[in-house]
Design a protein around this ligand. Structure first.
Ligand SMILES: [Zn+2]
Length: 270
């Protein structure tokens, strides 16, 4: 499933193809993904020029000179294909630029979304309304995190997955950051001291930046003739490594809570 680093990599890959380009053709080949597309998607985008791209949590943002922002979410299986040799049944939205590039939003499982929001109203867009700070921005820091967790007895892992506390973190990067910080996933959030919280903040930023850097090397995939974007696979510290040795020698454990796996080292994390 695309997480924040994959979305960031996607935005960085789309930027050189879209920035400053006029959209000469926009075609939706179905009416919806997880929810209906805006009915006026085609009219509002056709002829518009892309002025910039960005990201908020796990959403990609494409701004146009008409004051609209195309907000996309890749769901479970979404990706943008650049200049695909041919279109397939899962290419649901096709965009062509005045430079002759063709982009296809491909999403076999259709859990993604595509919305068009006035750029000035983005903070009112319902998925963004209650979002906490971006984990890579200065607003995510030990002071903010300590205030958000004060008095909370819920497990720290659940708190980091709460989008109101910090935006865009998913299961993989929370497991990885907790391991890097040496904090047990089940530890009561409000009981973690300031020094360890500071290390947790640094760890969250570090695992995300490392994943984005690894993804950067796959950006060339955008130019491949088949247009496939190869989501980078990474050797995780603990994620997906149940039974394998942690760097300390102990076996990585997996626990399942409400259908979600938590990977951790019982020796390094406390
Ligand atoms: Zn360990």
């Amino acid at each position: 499933m695309p997480e924040l680093p994959e979305v960031e990599t996607t935005v960085r890959g789309l930027a050189p193809v879209l920035e400053g380009r006029r959209l000469v053709s926009v075609e939706a080949r179905r009416a919806d993904l997880r929810r209906p597309f805006p009915p006026d998607l085609r009219q509002r985008l056709t002829g518009a020029t892309v002025t910039g791209l960005g990201r908020r949590a796990k959403y990609g943002l494409i701004n146009t000179d008409r004051g609209d922002t195309l907000v996309f979410h890749l769901g479970m299986s979404g990706r943008w294909r650049i200049d695909p040799a041919e279109l397939g049944t899962h290419d649901h939205v096709i965009v062509e630029t005045d430079a002759g590039s063709r982009l296809a939003l491909n999403d076999p499982r259709r859990f993604g979304s595509l919305d068009l929001v006035p750029t000035g109203d983005l903070t009112l867009y319902p998925p963004f309304a209650a979002l906490g700070p971006e984990p890579l921005a200065e607003g995510f820091n030990v002071t903010q995190l300590r205030a958000a967790l004060a008095g909370r007895s819920a497990p720290i892992k659940a708190m980091l997955l709460d989008q109101r506390i910090v935006a865009g973190l998913g299961n993989i990067y929370v497991c990885e950051a907790l391991h890097l910080a040496g904090i047990a996933p089940g530890r009561a959030a409000g009981s973690i001291g300031g020094g360890r919280l500071a290390r947790l903040v640094d760890s969250v930023k570090e695992v995300l930046l490392a994943a984005i850097a690894a993804g950067g090397s796959s950006l060339r995939d955008y130019a491949r003739p088949d247009g496939e974007l190869g989501y980078f696979s990474k050797q995780w510290r603990v994620y997906g490594r149940e039974g394998e040795a942690c760097h300390c020698g102990r076996a990585v454990r997996r626990r399942v809570d409400s259908g979600r796996s938590t990977f951790f080292c019982p020796a390094c994390q406390r």
